[in-house]
Design a protein around this ligand. Structure first.
Ligand code: WT7
Length: 681
């Protein structure tokens, strides 16, 4: 009897603790609650052992401040230039050119340079396929593969300046394809394998790609998913200029074949000569286009050029990840479909001769041990990942990392979204064994390379802060009028000087480039992020201030999801907000008004249908977590949807000030409507 009572008491207490934890968790991850950031007592200075061997020195800040352009020249000197530049920077707002007159080949720097210097035997990639197949690829092997792939592209008529779409799983051929394009000055446009046929189509058309490189499919969560059929669908019935589709055989799935257009990678690449001499291209040659979500429905084709981009990605990779190429094993978990995969899997690390891990699958397949086992197996020493994964690990519990030996780790990085102090501490203690500096790196598809981050071995870090602009970078926090705020205050993050890896424009839309980034604060780059300076001047990123959501570190436009919803025949109007989510940072919540005059539809069926519709239009990453059917949307008198109020509803808060609403009753109506239409999964 006593035992039973004790048991009940303990169970109740446990429940209570759980609830308290969840509550605290919710409030900590809510960006709006990062108001009290002016002071953080926990400060982690670098250990003397780390300082003694660090690549970065405190003097870097002074060097860059003394002469910024000379500083960047010295970083560019690490690269192999076929012809050295005549002028470091030409800057006329908003157009930057770096290392003018220089000639350089990106692939030569990633591969040939290492082989020529006798480092050909070094492992470039330890590849771990999702089903458990593995490959060890040296720099020499990679160069051999890239030369053959390059010759195949040439045979297919690809020339400098052409655009090549790459739609692939996370397999070595994806990197080979990118480097083969770069070798001949063709711009690659990588489209993440999770995007739908519609999304793929619009990107192929926008860049006017003439070749698509894909695979039959890839492996994910224990089974094969198709890619080639998605390419077929994207190209069907469209007026495009794609002459060929090059298909890597990965899964062995059956696929339709369009004779004359489709070619197996192994059939054309294997028979090529392994000889190819790389030629230097102009420093400002377009290296790649990468589409990212903006505030309108149409994604922006951010394009980057060669010399400046390679300079900044390799420099930041050396300084911030402290790479020791002979001994480190570096693992950036990003997919090649995102900028992180471009800058910190392909270009930065390969220029620096890093040995990397590349993994095809997800963290929970076949078990939640997978990533920890990979760290142990390859003795990963530098890990670079996203807060959403760290929070997922926290949810799973410490028993999973505890089962593997993670003591090879010596440095941890975070990217993609603000990292909440709890996740930062957990990362440090549980993954890093209290022994690894953490670099929280802020940057964007547009910035090309890291911009704000601690320097390991130099910076004393605070959990949750990206700390300071890197040497050579000028970041400021300004108020509405563009005036710099004092310590202890918040505002908008701006970049006040051009940087080598900055975007050179939005593909085909010069006005949009000017309008999006350079018009809010004339002469300054507007990042779209809120930020705060604490009492010591450390920078805390607070999330987006525009209509862009950040779900698991992926950028998704509210407008893009809205326009996809209204393209459904049952939807009259839609409003989409990013609601705080303990796991994914933000979650997509949609409010829809149904069309009148349609036959009565089953609520649950309809919501399922709408979610499937968005998945088809954009991809699974844009699928709303919740869709709420409402009778009206809250609008100002000028007709602007008040997303702030919808966010209150989506986050289960009391609805804030609604006095500017054209119809003050709306929020009440929405509240009532919710009871009938709420769905979540
Ligand atoms: C947006 C850029 C850069 C690679 C991945 C995302 C957010 C990124 C951080 C960070 C707080 C961050 C910003 C930024 N973001 N890193 N360390 N702390 N926020 O690239 O898809 O271009 O997204 O991601 O909001 O604007 P992206």
């Amino acid at each position: 009897m006593e035992g039973l009572r004790l048991w009940i008491l303990l169970t109740l207490l446990e429940g209570l603790f759980y609830l308290l934890r969840v509550e605290r968790w919710r409030s900590l991850t809510a960006m709006s609650s990062l108001e009290n950031l002016s002071h953080e007592d926990r400060i982690f200075p670098p250990s003397p052992e780390f300082v003694a061997q660090a690549n970065a020195q405190t003097s870097l800040y002074q060097e860059a401040a003394d002469d910024r352009l000379a500083f960047w020249s010295r970083q560019a000197d690490y690269l192999h230039w076929e012809k050295k530049w005549d002028e470091v920077l030409k800057w006329e707002v908003p157009s930057a050119q770096w290392f003018l007159g220089g000639k350089i080949n990106a692939t030569y720097n990633c591969l040939d340079a290492h082989v020529i210097a006798g480092r050909g035997d070094r492992v470039a990639f330890h590849f771990e396929g999702e089903p458990g197949d593995t490959r060890t690829i040296t720099y020499a092997q990679m160069l051999h593969d890239v030369k053959k792939a390059t010759n195949a592209l040439i045979e297919l008529g690809i020339r400098a300046g052409d655009r090549v779409a790459i739609y692939m799983p996370m397999i070595p051929e994806a990197a080979v394809a990118m480097l083969a394009c770069a070798r001949i000055g063709a711009a690659h446009s990588v489209i993440f394998g999770g995007f739908s046929a519609e999304a793929l189509k619009s990107r192929i058309l926008d860049a006017d790609a003439t070749l698509v490189i894909t695979s039959d499919g890839g492996f994910r969560k224990g089974s094969a998913f198709p890619l080639k059929p998605v390419v077929d669908e994207a190209l069907a019935g469209t007026d495009h200029n794609v002459k060929n589709v090059l298909v890597v055989k990965r899964t062995g799935q059956e696929t339709q074949w369009s004779a004359g257009r489709d070619i197996w990678w192994h059939e054309i690449v294997d028979r090529q000569s392994p000889e190819h001499i790389a030629q230097g291209f102009d420093s400002e040659q377009v290296l790649f286009i990468l589409y990212t979500s903006g505030t309108t429905a149409k994604p922006k084709g951010i394009f980057h050029t060669t010399g400046g981009y390679l300079t900044q990605t390799s420099y930041t990779h050396r300084a911030v990840f402290d790479l020791k190429p002979e001994t480190d094993v570096y693992w950036c978990t990003a997919d090649i479909g995102w900028i992180t995969g471009h800058s910190y899997v392909v270009y930065g690390p390969m220029i620096n001769g890093a040995t990397q891990v590349m993994y095809e699958g997800t963290p929970d397949s076949p078990t939640k041990h997978r990533l920890f086992q990979i760290i142990e197996k390859y003795k990963v020493s530098i890990l670079y990942t996203a807060p959403t994964l760290i929070r997922t690990w926290m949810k799973w519990g410490e028993e999973f990392p505890a089962d593997s030996d993670l003591t090879s780790l010596r440095l941890l990085g975070s990217v993609g979204e603000p990292i909440n102090p709890e996740a930062w501490m957990w990362y440090r203690e549980v993954i890093g064994g209290n022994n690894c500096p953490i670099v929280d790196t802020w940057w964007q598809t547009e910035t090309g390379g890291l911009m704000i981050s601690p320097l390991p071995g130099v910076t004393a870090t605070k959990p949750g802060s990206a700390m300071a602009a890197l040497p050579g970078i000028s970041a400021k926090v300004v108020d509405d009028e563009g005036n710099e705020v004092e310590n202890g205050n918040g505002g908008y993050l701006v970049l006040t000087e051009p940087w080598p890896a900055m975007l050179r424009g939005v593909w085909g839309e010069p006005e949009r480039y000017q309008e999006t980034y350079w018009s809010r604060f004339p002469g300054k780059y507007f990042a779209g992020d809120g930020a705060k300076l604490d009492d010591d001047g450390a920078i805390w990123l607070l999330g987006r201030v525009d209509d862009v959501m950040n779900v698991s570190g992926h950028r998704i436009s509210t407008t893009e999801v809205e326009s996809s919803l209204v393209s459904h025949h049952n939807v009259a109007e839609a409003a989409v907000v990013g609601a705080n989510d303990a796991m994914t940072g933000q979650a997509i919540v949609a409010f829809v008004i149904l069309r009148g005059g349609i036959p009565k539809v089953d609520g649950e069926e309809l919501i399922k249908d709408l979610k499937a519709h968005v998945t088809k239009e954009i991809g699974a990453i844009a699928r709303p977590k919740q869709i709420l059917v409402v009778a009206e949307l809250p609008k100002t008198r000028s007709g602007k949807i008040m997303r702030r109020l919808l966010r209150d509803v989506a986050e289960n808060r009391t609805v804030g000030d609604s006095t500017t609403l054209a119809d003050p009753n709306i929020m009440k109506l929405i509240g009532e409507g919710l009871k009938s239409g709420k769905s979540e999964d």
